[in-house]
Design a binder for this molecule. Structure first.
Ligand SMILES: *Cc1c(COP(=O)(O)O)cnc(C)c1O
Length: 443
């Protein structure tokens, strides 16, 4: 074993970085470029809407740590719930065992979920939540009279996670391309980006469903906002249209609410914008307020019943940490805080400030397109390059100097702060955003 990291502050910091560069392989990162980056951010603490680095410098967390910390970092009630639970039961298997947290969380989750979702399958992260959903669809049809139904419709630029199964549904080219030859078959359709695209997009979806109805297991969508695509939104009417089609042809509608759930877009679920009742809903990220890796897939009585009656029909699938008591205790406390602190109601005024700021940034010559919905604001900087473009990173560097963390997606600069970010912090975050985008995009 190596020596524990200790010593004076700056030598400790240097040693963390040296070990990191030697050993740690970072997600979504070209590692030579990372190693050459002289000063990586070393985060030591996080509180509320702030990340605090090793030297005590604070950064407003512009993306709620990868879209997860809907209640800010270290919410005292979440920390207390975790501590309490750690003293009684940290882990037990969920196969063949029941425990209080899993029971109460499943009940509380169904109570806030779209109508008709009656059963909860727990897993560890957003990718597995969607993986569970697609396996449920495939196995359901396989043993309920439609074994030829094995394909899915998904959207261009979709992101549903990183397991091999859900990679197949994705449309972000750099994530998908290396695995092209070994993926499940999906049928990709373009979402309606602009009002003028509506008819064409509706027709494409309708064709995809009607022409493939015999082999189609489900339609999988990020409802209303596609996060990893660059915070691209589409008209909720599209979602209603998808629901109607799925009803008409008896195909399952899967809503991947991993990013959009828990009030990110305003209401609890993005599917609420369209008053749509999905057959399956996937949740993660905000599900534990970003504190622990835990996820859930919710489904209907009909799908649940399709797996009963005979041992051969059961869902032989699980993860070691299904229903983990620590995660479940925190996830349950998250729902209580949403209610007690009126979290969704509290976002309305903040959402309006975000929208106003992005409207204003839309006037700049180097900004091509802005959008805002709920606690999401995003803009595109002019220029080509997709996910690997670098104009956003110039904004990132400037923002870091001014005390804000604004990780971009290529040329897309966005904010997705915690839902309960204090007004002063939000003002400061938006002021830094405006200053840095102006510096890069002119005006
Ligand atoms: C982040 C995300 C996922 C994957 O979640 P992980 O926890 O990173 O596996 C799936 N779907 C959507 C819409 C996401 O934003």
């Amino acid at each position: 074993m190596g020596d524990p990291v200790s010593g004076n502050e700056s030598s400790v910091r240097e040693r963390i970085i040296a070990l990191d560069k030697q050993r740690v392989w970072h997600p979504y990162t070209e590692m030579h470029a990372w190693r050459e980056r002289a000063e990586p951010l070393v985060i030591a603490e996080a509180r509320g809407s702030r990340l605090i680095d090793f030297d005590g410098r604070e950064y407003l967390d512009g993306n709620a740590s990868w879209w997860t910390c809907t209640l800010g970092h270290g919410h005292p009630r979440l920390v207390a719930a975790l501590q309490r639970q750690a003293e009684t039961l940290c882990h037990t298997a969920l196969a063949g065992i029941a425990h209080q947290n899993a029971s109460e969380l499943a009940e509380a989750l169904c109570a806030v979920a779209p109508g008709g979702l009656e059963h909860v399958f727990f897993s560890d992260n957003g990718s597995t939540a969607v993986e569970v959903a697609i396996k449920l669809c495939l196995q359901y049809w396989a043993q309920n009279g439609r074994p030829e139904r094995k394909r899915f419709v998904s959207l261009e630029e979709a992101f549903h996670g990183e397991t091999l199964g859900v990679t197949a549904l994705g449309g972000v080219e750099v994530f998908r391309k290396p695995f092209e030859g070994v993926l499940l078959e999906r049928i990709q359709v373009p979402p309606p980006r602009e009002p003028r695209d509506h008819d064409r997009a509706f027709e494409a979806l309708e064709r995809a469903v009607t022409e493939n109805v015999d082999t189609l297991a489900g339609v999988v969508l990020e409802p209303v906002v596609q996060g990893a695509a660059g915070m691209r939104s589409y008209d909720p009417a599209y979602l209603r249209h998808a629901r109607d089609l799925c009803d008409r042809y008896d195909v399952f509608l899967v809503c991947d609410e991993v990013f959009t759930g828990y009030g990110r877009t305003g209401p609890m679920w993005a599917s609420d914008h369209a008053a749509v009742l999905p057959d399956l809903v996937c949740t993660a990220k905000g599900f534990t307020g970003g504190m622990l890796p835990m996820a859930a897939t919710l489904t209907t009585e009909r799908i649940f019943e399709g797996f009963t009656g005979d041992a051969n029909r059961a869902f032989y699938y699980g993860h070691t940490f299904c229903g983990n008591p620590l995660g479940a205790a925190v996830a349950l406390e998250v729902l209580r805080i949403y209610e007690d602190e009126q979290i969704l109601q509290g976002t309305r005024a903040r959402a309006e400030r975000i929208a106003a700021t992005f409207r204003e940034l839309g006037q700049l010559p180097g900004v091509v397109h802005t959008r805002a919905l709920g606690m999401i604001g995003a803009l595109d900087l002019a220029g080509e390059g997709g996910y690997l473009a670098d104009a956003g990173w110039r904004v990132y560097d400037l923002a870091l100097e001014r005390g804000a963390y604004l990780r971009p997606m290529g040329n897309v600069v966005y904010v997705t702060p915690s839902l309960n970010i204090p007004d002063d912090d939000l003002d400061q975050l938006l002021a830094i955003l405006v200053e840095c985008v102006r510096a890069v995009a002119g005006g």
